[in-house]
Write a protein that binds this ligand. Sequence first.
Ligand code: AP5
Length: 265
Amino acid sequence: MLAQQRVVTRRQQGGFHTGKACVRPTRRTAIKTTATLKVMISGAPAAGKGTQCAKIIDKYNLVHISVGDILRDEVKNGTAAGKKAKDYMDRGVLVPDEVVVEMVKSRLAQDDVKKHGWLLDGYPRSASQAEAIEKEGIRPDLFLLIQVPDELLVERVVGRRLDPVTGAIYHLKYNPPPPEVIGRLQQRSDDTEDKCRVRVATHNANVGAVVGYYKDVMKEIDGTKSMDAVFEDISAALDETVTKKDPLEAYCKDQPAADECRVYE
Ligand code: AP5
C-alpha cells in the first residue's frame, strides 16, 4: 500500500530532480531507459556486432558509434583520413591510431552522445587504443564480448549482404533478404575468405590486451546462438547494468510528467 510507505524525494536520496513524477514500487519494475549508459561491444569479424547494435539502439536508444562504418564513410568520401585508412582496411589489418583515436574521441565528445549515452562498436582494438581513452577518463559501464569460434566466422563473412538504402545486414543463409531488396544488396570489399582470415588473426592477436582493461565490467556473450537468443542475453546484461548504475533514474525516466519525483520505499 502506497499510503503506508515512506516517501523520499530524489533530492533527499542525493539523486537529481528530473521534473517527472516517479513512483518506484519496492519490487523492481522492468527498466527500459538507459540514461547515459556507456557500452562497448567487441568480437571477431562477423561475430554479430553490427546485427546486435541495430537491436540495442532500437530498444535502448543509445548512440551507435561504429568505427568501421565511420572509416568506410571516410573512404567513400575520399577524405584525407579515408585515403590513409583504405589500404589497411583492404588488407584486413588495423588502421593506425593516428587516424582512429582522434576520430573516436571527437565523436564521443558530441552532444547527442553525452545526452543519450553511447554504444561503441569496434573500439578499442588494441592496448594503445584502450590506453588513449583511459587517459581521457573514458570507460564503459559494460564491455560486451561476443564469442564465436573462428570456423563459423568465414561462413558468416562470405554470406553477408548489406542494404545500402536501409543499412540492414542480411545473411544469405541465416538472415535471408526479402526478394524486393535483393537487387540492390552490396558485399563489402573485405568480405572474402582470405581477408576474413587476416581480420580474424588481427582480432585474435589483440583481443587479450583489450579485455585486460575491462575485465571488471566485461560480459561474455555466446554468439553462436540465434540472433534473437544472443539479443536476449545482451538485453539481460544491459538491464542489469542500468539497474546497477542508477535504478532510480532509470525508473523515473519512464514515468509521466508531474511536479515532483518521489520514491516510495
Ligand atoms: P568493422 O567494420 O568493424 O568490421 P569487423 O570488426 O571485421 O566486424 P564486421 O562488421 O565484419 O562484423 P560484425 O561483428 O559487425 O558482424 P555482423 O553483425 O555484420 O571493421 C572493418 C575494418 O575497419 C577493420 O578490418 C579495420 O581495418 C578497420 N577498423 C575498424 N575499427 C578499427 C579500430 N578501432 N582501429 C583500427 N582499425 C579499425 O554479422 C556478420 C554476418 O553474420 C551477417 O551476415 C549477419 O546476418 C550474420 N549473423 C550475425 N549474427 C548471427 C547469428 N547469431 N547467427 C547467424 N548469423 C549471424
